[in-house]
Design a binder for this molecule. Structure first.
Ligand SMILES: [Zn+2]
Length: 289
């Protein structure tokens, strides 16, 4: 059964580790991540962007697939199904479809509008036992490659949004989605420390987990980061392994063209990446604590 991410992240914050959010794109992705979580006895958050939800056929399809796998693969570790960077309407649709967690990304709206929508969702999610993530300070994307530094959130705005009753907060601290540019200046730990000081127990979320050096990840966890989003890194591992299979001509040997064979190396590569992250984040063997 899917669970809200609230309790798993409160435990992570108290236990000084972080739970990974791994974004899913299809059945192979979902299965690889769930199996890795089970094998390592780690809680896990499956992230679904609006685009990925649409790609997989819609939110109901995603919920059906994930719930089916939890049952058929006998997954017993805590699993949350989470909308990643949702608009207000997407949040409503995912709540309706059976997601156990949503992120409302109002970071591009004026802070007043962000707050007003967040308030409405706090009420709705509380009624349904669904966890809610909000974001303050936009997190840069690939197009920001030339900037070299993601945006930083205003700690006072973080405090204002945290006080609305959300369950965890994403705050920009120089992190960026996608690959990091060569001139990236690293995470801003002063800003992170100020945010944590004002928001207290609130678990903090680090987006753009791909390519942040391990020592920065560990330091961020000591400063209150309890959820780390990983997406690009699994995509890169999958693509590299699939490329190798094709380039070695394996798809042309025997029944190597069978999709179950063709996609197997990519799935194994995702499992490897997810395991590495769970070890780095410290979430292995925390499923029953
Ligand atoms: Zn993000």
């Amino acid at each position: 059964m899917l669970v809200s991410a609230k309790e798993m992240l409160q435990k992570a914050k108290a236990g000084h580790y972080a739970v990974g959010q791994f974004n899913i794109n299809n059945l192979e992705w979902t299965k690889a991540i769930l199996q890795t979580a089970q094998e390592n006895q780690s809680p896990v958050i499956l992230g679904v962007s609006e685009g990925a939800g649409k790609y997989m056929g819609g939110y109901d399809t995603v919920v059906g697939m994930v719930n089916g796998m939890l049952k058929n693969l006998e997954i017993t570790v805590p699993v949350a199904l989470h909308l990643d960077h949702g608009g207000y309407d997407a949040c409503l649709k995912c709540i309706e479809a059976g997601f156990s967690s949503v992120m409302y990304d109002g970071s591009h709206a004026p802070i007043e509008e962000n707050i007003a929508n967040t308030k409405k969702l706090v009420e709705l999610c509380a009624k349904k036992g669904i966890s809610l993530e909000a974001e303050v300070g936009a997190i840069g994307g690939e197009e920001d490659g030339v900037v070299g530094m993601g945006e930083c959130a205003d700690p006072k705005e973080c405090k204002a949004v945290a006080d609305l009753g959300i369950d965890f907060l994403a705050a920009g601290i120089g992190n960026i989605h996608g690959k990091y540019p060569a001139n990236w200046q690293g995470l801003n730990f002063d800003v992170l420390a100020s945010i944590q000081e004002l928001t207290g127990e609130m678990p903090l979320v680090l987006h753009g987990g791909t390519g942040i050096p391990a020592d920065m990840i560990k330091k961020a966890i000591t400063l209150g980061v309890s959820k780390i989003n990983v997406n690009t890194e699994c995509q890169l591992s999958f693509a590299t392994a699939t490329r190798k299979y094709i380039e070695e001509g394996k798809d042309q040997e025997g029944k190597g063209y069978d999709p179950r064979k063709l996609l197997a190396p990519g799935a194994a590569a995702i499992k490897e990446t997810v395991k590495e992250k769970m070890e780095l984040f410290g979430s292995c063997n925390k499923a029953n604590e």
